[in-house]
Design a binder for this molecule. Structure first.
Ligand SMILES: [Zn+2]
Length: 226
């Protein structure tokens, strides 16, 4: 893929990696007409891996697999956990992964007061910043539960709301093989996969990751930040 193809792809895939600054004004005239056609060329298969509710003592195992396969992922951290495990939070950032705010303590923010939403978002931003020296640019609602008022508050802090569309329900602790097959059976181009590195025993998730990455890569997928 040409450099411009890659840039066009980043622009066209929507939730692109914020780490890839492009200058649309300078590059727009040089993009091929194809960039304005179908959103993503068929052969450009991308998938984003995301890990919620950490950091926790399972995070290092997950980081080790990602490191071995040169895959970058998005970690939706709870502020309280980032405060509890600052060195793990820092390691996530140091290894090039994206940090996402997942609230302070996993409160359900649907139908919550504006004050409650503000408190959960800003406290977690501070806790994550303190641990990692990075201010998250994305937010994922606990349980994916939100309403228009809560989303408005989150957007007001300049945060992009991150969802998902492949959920292997790894938190129910199915066998590792099942986590992998649930993911590989449902991943399509542009999928965002929800997994968990915190919130309980995540040994099955950690054990499943190697096969998941290997199989998706064998099918031509490249891994992007959500
Ligand atoms: Zn969560």
């Amino acid at each position: 893929m040409s450099l411009f193809g890659a840039a066009a792809l980043l622009l066209a895939t929507g939730p692109a990696a914020p780490a890839a600054p492009v200058k649309p004004a300078a590059q727009a005239p040089e993009r091929s007409p194809r960039a304005y056609g179908p959103a993503v060329p068929k052969q450009a298969r991308t998938v984003a891996l995301t890990f919620d509710d950490g950091p926790s003592r399972y995070t290092p195992q997950i980081l080790a697999v990602l490191r071995r396969h040169h895959v970058h992922a998005t970690f939706c951290m709870l502020g309280d956990e980032a405060r509890r495990y600052p060195e793990l939070a820092r390691q996530v950032v140091a290894e090039g992964h994206q940090v996402c705010n997942h609230s302070r303590d996993h409160a359900n923010l649907q139908k919550a007061s504006t004050a409650k939403v503000r408190a959960e978002v800003t406290k977690a931003q501070k806790q994550i910043k303190k641990a990692t020296e990075v201010t998250p640019k994305v937010f994922r609602f606990p349980y994916g539960a939100s309403d228009s008022q809560a989303r408005k508050v989150v957007h007001g802090y300049g945060l992009r709301v991150l969802g998902w569309n492949v959920d292997p329900e790894d938190w129910t602790r199915p066998p590792a093989k099942k986590i992998t097959t649930r993911i590989t059976a449902h991943v399509k181009n542009g999928s965002v996969v929800l997994m968990h590195d915190g919130g309980g025993d995540r040994s099955h998730t950690a054990a499943s990751l190697e096969a998941t990455i290997t199989r998706l890569r064998a099918r031509g997928y490249t891994f992007v930040l959500a």
